[in-house]
Every structure is written in C-alpha cells, then in structure tokens.
Design a protein around this ligand. Structure first.
Ligand code: ZN
Ligand code: ZN
Length: 136
C-alpha cells in the first residue's frame, strides 16, 4: 500500500510513515500529555498499528500510568527530545500530529480528558468533549 503520510522529529534523527487512514484523531488534555508536550494537550493521529512504521532512528520511551491500557508508552527522540508517539496497543498507535510533515492533515474529532484541561486552553465548542475517554 502506498504511504499516506510521513513525519519525524525536529532534528531528523527519527522518521516514520503510515500507510492507512487514521482510526481516529483527537486532542488529549490529560496532565501527562501536558507535561510531556509542554503544551495544553497532545494532538493525536491514532492509526492502525500494522500501518505504522519507524523508517529511521530509534526513539526512546517513557511510560506513564494509563486508566485504559495500564500504561502509555510515550516515544520521543533521544537527540532533540521531540515528543512523537504514544498510546500503542495491539490494534493502534498514536502519533503526535505536530510531528507530521503536513500537520494540516490533522482534523480533530473530539477532546478527551477534558477534566484535566487548563482554563487557558481553548477547546473547539463544536466538538464532543469527554471527561476521560470516549466510550469505546
Ligand atoms: Zn530528533
Ligand atoms: Zn493524554
């Protein structure tokens, strides 16, 4: 299958590609996403695990506790520290939308962990918001 989108970290040491349509796109406002990104939320493109491939470099990982999966293995570049991946499971893999070569492909469908959202974080009033995770 043809590659649909590509991305990587700011220094170029880590590159990846995805060859299937995303399962879901969302903004996660949890405290761990805030701390690991240094921002108000992580914009996530959640793709089929089988369609995701790291094509250059070896990310480092740091796991945070997760109510849904037990832990969330968060990937980042060991050279430049860019946050790249998270939420890996049997079926899916999350990539940070900001790391896409064309971030305009990101079309968020919902906000999750709205319970942790900061007062200075403006959420899209048109999109559904979930206190924690959306019902699966
Ligand atoms: Zn890097
Ligand atoms: Zn999060």
């Amino acid at each position: 299958m043809a590659t649909l989108f590509t991305g990587g970290c700011v220094c170029g040491a880590i590159r990846y590609e995805v060859n299937a349509e995303p399962i879901m796109m969302f903004n996660c406002h949890c405290r761990d996403c805030q701390r690991t990104t240094g921002s108000a939320f992580t914009p996530v493109v959640y793709v089929p695990a089988k369609a995701f491939k790291i094509t250059k470099g070896s990310p480092h990982y740091y796991s945070t506790p997760s109510d849904m999966a037990g832990h969330n293995k968060r990937g980042f570049c060991p050279e430049c520290g860019s946050r790249l991946f998270g939420g890996a499971s049997e079926t899916g893999q999350g990539v940070a939308a900001s790391s896409l070569d064309d971030p305009s492909l990101f079309k968020p469908q919902l906000h999750m962990w709205a319970s942790d959202a900061q007062p200075w974080d403006a959420m899209d009033p048109e999109l559904p918001k979930f206190e924690k995770y959306p019902p699966s």
